[in-house]
Design a binder for this molecule. Structure first.
Ligand code: ADP
Length: 510
């Protein structure tokens, strides 16, 4: 049998358990030696230091040989030592197995650090106390950050910032909370936050709802009435945030409340004004509708007497014209002109009021045909002064007769408002816009001052006398009403002496 295949039993090994103990002791010592962030050291039964790791040296500044054999009470502040706290804590650890606290401790140079200390009793297998193990962590930085944060929150005065436990009991309170809600910290800690709700909201279960929402979604945001200590109400804007520990367990809520009563008052006032305005607009619309109905019936009724005057004036002119003296012929002529003007006015008024009464059913319409139609209605020789530039195949979704009337009115104005003796010139173009067809009617005439751009779209608003430029003042009102009833818009660019450009946008097909 080769030597290396000898049965293991024939060797002389150390007992397996003893080997493991030794190895694990060594491993443990190496582990403790490697720890930098914690002071890990041992005390004998009376509190004298027997071992010291590099973490302890880093935190407390003593080298191992400086501190070994010294009593661990050197780490305590004078008041702690006078109160015999080091000895008392060893007693507790010996009795209960463990003592833990967060408190001030001293470094070798006398400076303080905030320590998290755990003292554990070490016993042999028979239960006899051998000494104590101590683990200390330096939490000074964390404590400073927490203090800074707490002071910051406490100093905030514009916001009430406070925390709740998972059931809604108040656990912290800042200056802002005191200012806004009127309770001092002592008065409010330990009370339920539903104290701030109105009786109606509390009865409706709002506080529980708010916490449930925050727990489920992480956040709750809302606005509502809250009650101050003195019973007065304020309008608050609230954010509630659920706070969870690393394991995801709900540990409470933070609550930030702002008094936004001023904003609420402002909004309420604006709302009230808006309602009043709406009421007035409705009243005005009602009055307008009544006026329109009135003017419609008057215009309608004027038609037959007008026809009679026109008819009889015609008969007199045709049958007796030659026999009449010169001045009477002239008067008759004036009667005819006046009735023609009145006819025009009546027709325009009827057309205008018809536009708001009838249904303008839109259909897919060829834009080029509409513009050509409108141009044809202009009498020769003026028609020659209208130039068209229309993209072929344009289709708009409009009421064709109304759009024709609108384009006609704009062309007609463009040819009319020219300085005496100058040749009028009107261009009509049409292009595809974004979802719209854009029709532009422009002239090189007298132009319109900017301050009148809105006014001229209203009924009877004219900028000139009828003798200088004849008209009824209804043409643009028809344009405006017709175009908006078809879901389109009209806009104007113009200034005196530089002509005018009216742009229509109507819904395109496709
Ligand atoms: P009307 O042409 O019958 O006077 P409108 O309602 O069409 O009535 O126009 C109202 C007023 O707007 C006109 O009296 C005129 O003062 C001004 N206006 C309209 N179109 C033009 C234009 N193309 N150039 C200059 N002024 C215009």
């Amino acid at each position: 049998m080769p030597a290396n295949l000898k049965p293991a039993a024939s060797r002389q090994p150390k007992p397996a358990t003893q080997l493991n103990h030794l190895q694990s002791d060594k491993a443990f010592r190496l582990l403790v030696e490697g720890i930098q962030d914690y002071a890990v050291f041992l005390l004998d039964k009376d509190g004298f230091i027997t071992s010291w790791n590099p973490g302890a040296q880093r935190i407390k500044q003593y080298a191992p040989d400086e501190i070994t054999g010294k009593h661990f009470s050197v780490f305590y502040t004078e008041p702690d030592r006078s109160a015999r706290n080091p000895w008392r804590q060893l007693e507790v650890a010996a009795e209960t197995g463990r003592y833990q606290e967060e408190n001030w401790r001293l470094r070798k140079d006398g400076s303080r650090f905030w320590a998290d200390v755990v003292i554990t009793a070490v016993r042999d297998k028979d239960g006899n106390l051998m000494g104590f193990g101590q683990i200390t962590r330096d939490l000074t930085e964390r404590r400073e950050a927490e203090t800074r944060y707490r002071l910051l929150i406490e100093a905030v005065t514009d916001y009430a910032i406070y925390s709740l436990d998972p059931k809604g009991i108040i656990t912290s309170w800042n200056t802002g909370a005191e200012r806004i809600k009127g309770y001092t910290t002592d008065e409010i800690l330990g009370r339920h936050f539903s104290t701030f709700y109105t009786p109606e909201d509390a009865a409706a279960g709002m506080p529980a709802y708010v916490l449930r929402q925050a727990a489920e979604n992480g956040h709750y945001e809302g606005e509502g009435w809250r009650v101050r200590k003195d019973g007065t109400r304020f309008w608050s804007s609230v954010v509630v945030t659920a706070i969870r520990d690393e394991a995801g367990e709900l540990v409470g809520f933070s609550k930030i409340t702002r008094d936004v009563s001023d904003r609420k008052k402002l909004l309420d006032t604006i709302q009230q004004h808006a309602e009043e305005l709406e009421l007035r607009v409705a009243e005005r619309e009602q009055t307008n509708a009544e006026l329109e109905a009135f003017s419609y019936s008057v215009s309608h009724d004027l038609r037959s007497p007008l026809r009679a005057i026109e008819g009889f004036a015609d008969i007199i002119a045709t049958d007796y014209g030659n026999q009449l003296p010169e001045p009477v012929q002239a008067y008759l002529n004036q009667i005819s002109n006046a009735t023609r003007r009145m006819n025009r006015l009546v027709q325009d008024l009827l057309e205008y009021s018809r536009l708001s009464r009838i249904e303008l059913k839109p259909t897919a319409t060829d834009v080029e045909a509409i513009i050509e139609d409108a141009r044809q209605q202009i009498e020769e020789p003026l028609r020659e002064h209208v130039k068209l530039d229309v993209q072929a195949g344009l289709q708009a979704f409009v009421h064709a007769p109304t759009l024709t009337q609108i384009v006609y009115n704009l062309i007609n104005n463009g040819l009319k408002f020219y300085p005496a003796g100058k040749q009028p010139q009107v261009e009509v173009s049409a292009r595809r816009g974004e979802g719209t067809v854009r029709i532009v009617v422009s002239d090189h005439g007298i132009g319109i001052p900017v301050e009148h751009h809105e006014r001229i779209f209203q009924v009877f608003e004219r900028l000139h006398s009828a003798t200088k430029y004849p008209g009824t003042g209804i043409g643009l009102a028809i344009v405006k009403r017709g175009i908006s009833r078809m879901g389109g818009t009209v806009s104007l660019k113009s200034e005196p002496g530089n002509g005018s450009t009216f742009t229509l946008e109507v819904p395109a097909v496709g």
